[in-house]
Design a protein around this ligand. Structure first.
Ligand SMILES: Nc1ncnc2c1ncn2[C@@H]1O[C@H](COP(=O)(O)OP(=O)(O)OP(=O)(O)O)[C@@H](O)[C@H]1O
Length: 369
């Protein structure tokens, strides 16, 4: 069992670089947590603090009830899988998987039982006599997973374990990692910069930027109710569209977003949370998929512009629109037929709008985590 808690944790590297700032995070036993963010945001540093590979500069890192700030890695009951696999090139798959157990003086029988069991689960039993150089990338990654599995750790740490695999294999390995989590019944902490990976795997996602947590929540929370423009922009493809404008009060407690060529009436519950804020400078967000081809009166709950680009992506298509000199991107059904330069009106799904403060970027309608 392992619950992991960070309380006011900071990490400053020896050169003074402040990589993680005031981190507060409570990871429940058996939870699948994904640390998500752009390169350099501090996710690997956070994972390495759990592993004991990096020391906490201040604050406390707690496993269950024990502060582990100064507990060395081999006493933490964690296993880690790296992007680079880190296999021993001259050992067979069998020996690679069993090596950690051998170093801990496990009996030959125990090693054999655990290696065979892990190999079976990972479907690599037929590869046990090979060396890493005789394996594909996906098979090597399974060996790395097997090596971590046989240790039966309380915490499983993974740092971009799929990023060296091709697109198709990444998707099938995602399903396997999810199944592994279910079967192992341990706490998983997984680092990635890939939003799709995070959304598919996580019970909860921690979005980080510049060493600071931006939002902690379920995949739905993060995608549907982003706490700020950073989170809103980091997830979604093509990325969310923004419009700068102001709030305008209307009759019957109505609240609308207005700017040149656009007036969108906000749903009643958003209007209620924005009551009294008319005149406020806001940034409105419309996700690429939250539009439909519509005939609503132009300028009112609808967006009109000209088609700039049409990019089919198989199941649907990305539609580029010129909107008063601004370039917007939407994701629409593959059956919509539009030609370059054509005028088009899209109806906006008003229930799925996002409203942010223009200065701070904080959401004004979803409670920040
Ligand atoms: N030993 C170190 N000394 C000084 N700065 C470091 C050290 N290790 C990492 N950093 C810096 O700390 C920041 C966070 O690094 P970290 O590896 O945690 O980022 P990341 O989010 O995992 O990024 P990536 O996806 O590129 O690995 C980066 O700016 C990095 O350059």
């Amino acid at each position: 069992m392992a619950r992991i808690r960070f309380t006011n944790v900071n990490k400053k590297y020896a050169n003074g670089f402040h990589a993680v700032r005031n981190l507060n995070l409570d990871i429940e036993d058996r939870e699948f947590i994904v640390l998500l963010g752009p390169s350099g945001c501090g996710k690997s540093t956070t994972l390495n603090m759990i592993a004991g590979l990096e020391e906490v500069s201040d604050g406390d890192l707690i496993f269950d009830e024990q502060v582990v700030n100064y507990v060395p890695p081999h006493k933490r009951d964690v296993a880690m899988v790296f992007q680079s696999y880190a296999l021993y090139p001259h050992k067979t798959v069998y020996d690679n998987i069993g090596f950690g157990l051998k170093m801990r003086n496990a009996s030959k029988e125990e090693i054999d039982e655990r290696v065979q069991d892990a190999a079976k689960k990972l479907e690599i039993s037929h590869l046990l006599d090979r060396r890493p150089s005789q394996l594909s990338g996906g098979q090597r990654q399974r060996v790395a997973l097997g090596r971590a599995m046989v240790r039966d750790p309380s915490v499983f740490l993974m740092d971009e374990p799929l990023s060296n695999l091709d697109a198709a294999l990444r998707i099938s390995m995602r399903a396997e990692i999810k199944e592994l989590h279910r079967a192992m019944e341990t706490t998983f902490v997984y680092v990635t910069h890939d939003q799709a990976e995070a959304l598919t795997l996580a019970d909860r996602i921690v979005v980080m930027n510049d060493g600071v947590v931006q939002q902690i929540g379920t995949p739905d929370d993060i995608y549907e109710r982003p706490a700020n423009t950073f989170v809103a922009s980091f997830l979604g493809s093509p990325p969310i569209n923004y419009f700068d404008g102001v709030l305008e009060a209307g009759p019957d407690d109505e609240m609308a977003f207005v700017r040149d060529g656009l007036r969108l009436v906000l749903p009643a519950d958003h209007a209620a949370s924005l009551k009294g804020q008319e005149g406020r400078a806001v940034r409105l967000g419309i996700r690429a998929e939250d539009v439909a081809e519509g005939t609503a009166e132009p300028g009112y709950n609808a967006l009109s512009g000209t088609v700039n680009s049409v990019l089919p992506v198989g199941s649907d298509q990305y539609l580029g629109m010129d909107f008063g000199g601004e370039e917007l991107f939407f994701r629409v059904g593959k059956d919509l037929r539009h030609a370059f330069g054509e005028s088009i009106t899209l109806a906006v799904d008003l229930n799925r709008l996002h409203v942010f403060d223009r200065e701070t970027g904080q959401s004004l309608i979803w409670n920040a985590a």
